[in-house]
Ligand binder design. Structure first.
Ligand code: FMN
Ligand code: SF4
Ligand code: SF4
Length: 429
């Protein structure tokens, strides 16, 4: 069986499965039960100045029969006194010395506030710190969370203040509510961050009740924007992880967060450059024991791949992720319909006819049976028909061999500008 342990920026963990800072890490009781279930680490619910939470505070988006496709919250950081949290962190660490406990922190952007909380938290023995510059609601209105996380200079300054006194590794948790996440990631690194974690939640409004006209959720009839997470946000999180992983100026370990619910999701995040991962919504939906399936699935996968350690996955797909301008414009795939698996629902025909290139013909074969056939010469290989097809194996996307030599947009542009340059020289000459 493969070795699942990781070393995350100097923080040792028995496996890459950590709980994200959120309701499942609110108390010692919960984190200890999570460790018993198999979680390797936990980022404690964010500690900071006292807050008061609203009721209600959660909402979900159910889509196409799947409950909790997305999750929305207007919860703030911990509403329990700091001393109580510190006592429970101490007890939990003493009971589980080999498991990882990270303290998530959020205070006002003032040097002395950061110094004070870092010293108090490290005094009771944690494995690392995570600076929460991501919470998009409530705390942001007071200048903390996403409000400071959206200002690269402030992220750098606050990270540097923490590093002045911290003795354990410092992870900076980034907000996705920004145009280019790598800008903030680079500033965190300039401030001395040992690692980054991403993503926190995305600005959102879960819905509007069409009967009462109230927002969902609402607090006595009044709503406010919240933070979105869960399976729906996974592609956004994965792309942000990928952008940070391939950015040479970032170059620190990444803890991947956002929509992770299965061992396959974990593999994807690790292949895209995460050293470890964190989970919130899937645990809120299904409980701590989902980690058992994650551990089993990951173990089988690594054995099948012949990998001795989970760390061998880290970043393997990063070189396969580049800019659009570097993609081969001469690479060509076409759709091929397999009659034996087709259930004649016509969805592919409608999709191609109405939204793509009108190249799936409705024909009748020699036995008088209605069949669908792709006109290869007109197919642009967009994938739409195979995406909408409900029958497994009914449509394959086939790569055409023997086309023109690879040529990307960037290569093409360079050649064209070279030709134009030479032409102007001749004209001028
Ligand atoms: C109800 C709720 C409360 C959260 N509270 C915190 C928090 O206190 N600190 C923090 O850094 N992130 C907090 N988060 C964000 C999560 O840690 C995580 O970044 C986000 O939910 C994405 O992961 P997921 O898709 O697995 O839920 C919270 C999320 C939820 C749903
Ligand atoms: S791949 Fe796109 S263009 Fe080709 S048949 Fe399917 S929908 Fe039409
Ligand atoms: S969508 Fe799939 S199953 Fe339906 S007609 Fe097209 S190939 Fe057949």
């Amino acid at each position: 069986m493969a070795d699942l342990s990781i070393d995350f920026a100097g923080i040792k963990s028995p496996n890459p499965f950590w709980l994200a800072s959120a309701p499942p890490t609110n108390t010692g009781y919960q984190v200890q039960r999570a460790f018993e279930a198999g979680w390797g680490g936990a980022v404690w619910k964010t500690l900071g100045e006292p807050v008061i939470n609203t009721s209600a505070r959660f909402a979900a988006v159910h889509f196409g029969g799947q409950r909790v496709a997305g999750f929305n919250n207007i919860e703030l950081i911990t509403d329990r006194p700091l001393e109580v949290n510190l006592k429970e962190i101490y007890e939990t660490k003493r009971r589980f010395p080999d498991h990882t406990i990270i303290a998530s922190l959020m205070v006002e952007p003032k040097r002395e506030k950061w110094h004070e909380i870092v010293k108090r938290v490290e005094a009771i023995g944690v494995d690392g710190l995570e600076l929460n510059f991501g919470c998009p609601h409530g705390m942001a209105e007071r200048g903390m969370g996403a409000a400071s996380g959206q200002q690269p200079d402030l992220v750098q300054a606050q990270t540097a203040w923490v590093k002045e006194v911290a003795t354990t590794p410092v992870i900076v948790k980034l907000t996705p509510n920004i145009t280019d996440i790598t800008v903030v990631a680079r500033h965190a690194v300039k401030g001395g961050a040992d690692a980054i974690s991403l993503i926190n939640t995305i600005n959102s409004l879960a819905g509007v009740d069409i009967h009462s006209w109230n927002t969902i959720p609402n607090v006595g009839g009044q709503g406010a924007h919240g933070g979105y997470c869960g399976p729906a946000v996974k592609p956004i999180a994965l792309s942000m992880v990928a952008e940070c992983a391939r950015d040479r100026e970032v170059g620190v370990p990444i803890s991947g967060i956002g929509g992770i619910s299965t061992w396959q999701d974990v593999v994807e995040f690790m292949l895209m450059g995460s050293t470890g991962i964190q989970v919130c919504t899937a645990v809120m939906h299904h409980g701590f024991r989902i980690v058992e399936e994650m551990i089993d699935g990951l173990n089988h996968y690594l054995d099948e791949k012949g990998l001795a350690s989970v760390t061998e996955l880290i970043g393997k797909s990063v070189p396969k992720y580049s800019n659009w301008g570097d993609l081969d414009l001469n690479y060509q795939v076409v759709a091929q319909i397999n009659e034996e698996n087709c259930i004649n629902c016509n969805k592919c025909h409608i999709a191609c006819e109405d939204a793509s290139h009108q190249c799936i013909d409705m024909l009748t074969n020699a036995e008088g049976k209605a069949i669908l056939q792709v006109r290869e010469e007109d197919c642009v290989g967009c994938n739409l028909c195979s995406i909408v097809c409900p029958a497994d194996g009914a449509i394959d996307m086939i790569a055409l061999e023997g086309g023109a030599a690879p040529m990307s947009w960037n290569q093409r542009s360079r050649i064209i500008s070279g030709v134009n340059g030479a032409y102007s020289e001749v004209e001028a000459g």
